[in-house]
Design a protein around this ligand. Structure first.
Ligand code: NAP
Length: 493
């Protein structure tokens, strides 16, 4: 069986594009990027709900090697992110490698031919020497199985399937969920609809968003003197890093920083919501950082509008024209918005079936053992495979930190494979176990294990109760290891 391509990358979001750029830099030009959606951009193509914006400063939430001097705001709106993704695809000549509307069913390692066989819906099989999955962390929408939800007769929209053509003026709407998406959506929706009820199961920590337009003169400065934008990036990245590393990962040593962040969020709530009863219901009872904190200047205030209601009683059932809570109260609605997030641990790790050496099924193995991936990218028994959205892969708060450190890992690993003129690489059991032990031990200092997270219902935790999503190290450490991991951690043959 002939090996058709150097590599197949699954996913044409920022992660898949970063991997593609890296492979092309290394001379691996025969690559195919498979994407189930009808265009590139991942999250920023799929999500179109009102209020969509980045909540990590745009100078940081972008490739460091491809700065965009023209972000309109400190936190760019979603459509600018999508435009940026298209710009990158064009500039780095990625588009000709992409196939859209291509759903990957699974991939199987073919030991005899030493390549991956990737199965695509419709029956086509594509073979490639390397397989890289960049299917995102938050890409499998979660629809809650609330009794009666399928009987609802009005408009139902998950936030990942927003119908921008539908006029919601005058609607009686309900939003289920109060995660980062709802925090952005609710204030915008409240402006349009006639009446809005927000069903909250778990309150969320919200801190102010220091968002301002970036004046033209600054944009021109960034364009003419790129070094100035580099400084802005360094400052914003350092602030994020301090929050993440100190307040979340080093909770044991720096509890006061975590408490400070919680106090800032509470003061923000006090400024926006005068009613102590409403404030109490909006205040989380778990530590800051157990769940991804959010940023908004308008979310809390929206609940003081007379036409917006916070419902914190659990939903009992949904009927064709109403939502009924467990205390028997009913609210008539015609529009139901599901801001209910994503399935991470059930369906996303991995997002496709991946069968490695000796028939090992990655999803099954992770579930029967522990979720693990060496440096967040490699798994024993899976030769020539890099899984870019894996347990312990997410580093820092900006996804671009993860992407760029993984690009460094790819560079070091595949350069060595080329230097030795080898066919395959596979991480050793020992290296993988050592990495998992180290991550587990680092987590011991974090808010996840030292703080009070039991009531947070955070997707940072897997079904085994381990906080196995984020890499519990500084991003400096992630970059250092990506550039200098011991080559003997891989069997290169
Ligand atoms: P999420 O954080 O997982 O929130 C989902 C919400 O739906 C939660 O409030 C959850 O309640 C609720 N929910 C789920 N099933 C429910 C049920 N059966 N009954 C009642 N409530 C239910 O999802 P998200 O808001 O879409 O955000 C996901 C992530 O996307 C964020 O954490 C962030 O990383 C990313 N994001 C980023 C940005 C950005 O600007 N960069 C913007 C939006 C999203 P519980 O908490 O009780 O489970």
């Amino acid at each position: 069986m002939v090996t058709q391509h150097d590599a197949v990358i699954v996913g044409a979001g920022f992660g898949g594009m970063g991997a593609g750029i890296q492979l092309k830099r290394m001379g691996l030009d025969d690559i195919v990027i498979l994407e189930r959606e009808d265009d590139l951009g991942g999250t920023w193509h799929v999500n179109r709900y009102p209020g969509l914006a980045v909540d990590i400063a745009s100078v940081t939430y972008s490739y460091s090697f491809e700065p965009n001097p023209y972000w309109s705001r400190l936190f760019a709106p979603g459509n600018e992110l999508e435009r940026y993704a298209h710009h990158v695809a064009d500039k780095y000549d990625l588009r000709r490698h992409m196939r859209f509307g291509t759903v990957v069913d699974g991939a199987r390692w073919d030991e005899e031919n030493r390549h991956w066989v990737v199965s695509v819906a419709g029956g086509e099989q594509i073979t490639a020497r390397y397989l890289l999955t960049a299917t995102g962390f938050l890409s499998q929408p979660h629809t809650p199985d609330i009794p009666g939800i399928e009987t609802f007769a009005g408009t139902v929209m998950h936030t990942t399937a927003w119908d921008g053509d539908r006029d919601l003026t005058g609607a009686r709407a309900a939003v289920i969920g109060t995660g980062a998406t709802a925090v952005q959506l609710v204030p915008e929706l409240a402006r349009v609809v006639d009446d809005l009820t927000v069903y909250q199961r778990t309150p969320i920590w919200v801190v102010p968003k220091l968002d301002v337009p970036i004046p033209r003169v600054v944009q021109r400065l960034f364009a003419r003197v790129p070094f100035t934008q580099k400084i802005a990036r360094a400052i914003s990245t350092s602030i994020l890093e301090a929050v993440m590393v100190s307040a979340v990962l080093h909770f044991r040593q720096a509890k006061f920083l975590n408490r400070g962040a919680a106090l800032a969020a509470k003061a923000h709530l006090r400024r926006q919501v005068p009613d102590p009863g409403l404030r109490r219901r909006l205040t989380p009872d778990y530590d800051f950082g157990c769940k991804r904190p959010t940023f908004s200047n308008t979310y809390f205030r929206t609940f003081t509008r007379p036409d917006v209601h916070l419902e914190s009683a659990s939903i009992d059932r949904i009927e064709p024209d109403r939502i009924v809570t467990v205390d028997g109260r009913e609210r008539e609605i015609d529009t139901l918005v599901l801001a209910t997030g994503f399935d991470l641990w059930k369906t996303n790790f991995p997002a496709i079936e991946v069968i490695g050496r000796d028939g090992r099924n990655l999803g099954k193995w992770w579930r029967e053992n522990r979720f693990q991936a060496y440096e967040g990218v490699a798994v024993p028994h899976f030769p020539n495979f890099l899984t870019l959205n894996s347990p312990y892969a997410y580093s820092g708060l900006s996804y671009f930190t993860t992407i760029e450190s993984q690009m460094k890992h790819i560079e070091r690993l595949l350069s060595e494979v080329a230097r030795r003129n080898a066919d395959t690489f596979e991480v050793t059991e020992r290296a993988n176990t050592d990495f998992l032990d180290r991550m587990t031990s680092n987590l011991d200092d974090s808010v996840f294990y030292r703080g009070s997270c039991a009531t947070s219902r955070s997707y940072y935790f897997n079904p085994h109760g381990e906080a196995a999503l984020l890499r519990p190290t500084s991003t400096i450490n992630a970059f250092r290891e990506a550039r200098a991991f011991p080559l003997e951690d891989y069997a290169i043959k």
